[in-house]
Write a protein that binds this ligand. Sequence first.
Ligand code: 13P
Ligand code: SF4
Length: 340
Amino acid sequence: MIDLTEIQPPGVDRFPVRQPMPPAQFDALSRDILALKQQLNAVILAHNYQVPEIQDVADFVGDSLGLSQQAAKTSAKVIVFCGVHFMAETAKILNPNKVVVLPDRDAGCSLEASCPADKLKAFQATNPKFYTVAYINCSAEVKALSDVICTSGNAVKIVKAAPPDRDLLFVPDENLGSWVMEQTGRPMNLWRGNCYVHVEWTHASISRIRQQYPDAPLVAHPECTQAVRMLADEICSTEKMVTYCRQSPARAIIIATEAGMLHRLQKESPEKVFIPAPTENCRCNECRFMKLNTLEKLYDCMFNLEPRVELDPEIMRRARLPIERMLEISARPIEAAAGR
Ligand code: 13P
Ligand code: SF4
């Protein structure tokens, strides 16, 4: 049995991990949500960064790749998407005839905002040889302008499969893009966008926590800067973090990603201690967009079937092709994925 006080970093309460709602309140509302889910023949999909009480009522909790795979195969009539807007849009693009609702329409993403479709279109026009690989954290309009979509979980595989005779343009995350270049050796033009949460970790703040816990491996998301990634033992998507931590012999692990991840990790590996990596200014490591969703708003969106994701049919048709290409490449065995 691990003595938590022995490993818990001093001052860890400065990086609060949201506590679940009081069980009595949680139980009543979640029971209502589960009953509504049955009535509607709905599926609840939730991202790993959602608050614990939402994760706990979801049918599936995962990373962007897992969520799009679930959305692609669901037979439910209604998709309730607990994540940010571009994720719910992806589910709608894959299911144009289904109702897709989300708890809060304002759940955006700083990466999505950094790459407006008109600016991308103008840049693409400067080079007819561009092959655009778009990280899934972008709008439906940007997806419609892209050749293939990727997530942090499959970006390396997707880029390896890109046509060798084209100039790669990777949008919108410069940090994920530079990590993929390191992994594949393939040069790419990088759009200058980033995740406002993941750039908060610095080389200095991570070095300090590593010195404090020299035996704890560091797991970081590829949206972190190169200065942070170079200190990591593992760089991966949120879903791969679950597998890595489960398989690691370490009893304490430092996690550099959004705070919601800790609930999932703790649930999957209850015997381990997860240390939230501190940011330089000790700012909160929660994504304000992901945290707009609450259990109450989840209930309301199911009860009212609003807000719904509505998209232009032509944009959906064009955006579906690069998403389907991603799903197809992702499903290939590793050796068959490269060079086609
Ligand atoms: P994952 O696909 O790894 O869950 O990442 C999504 C995201 O928004 C990271 O900030
Ligand atoms: Fe976007 Fe960053 Fe929030 Fe992920 S954590 S949804 S990349 S703003």
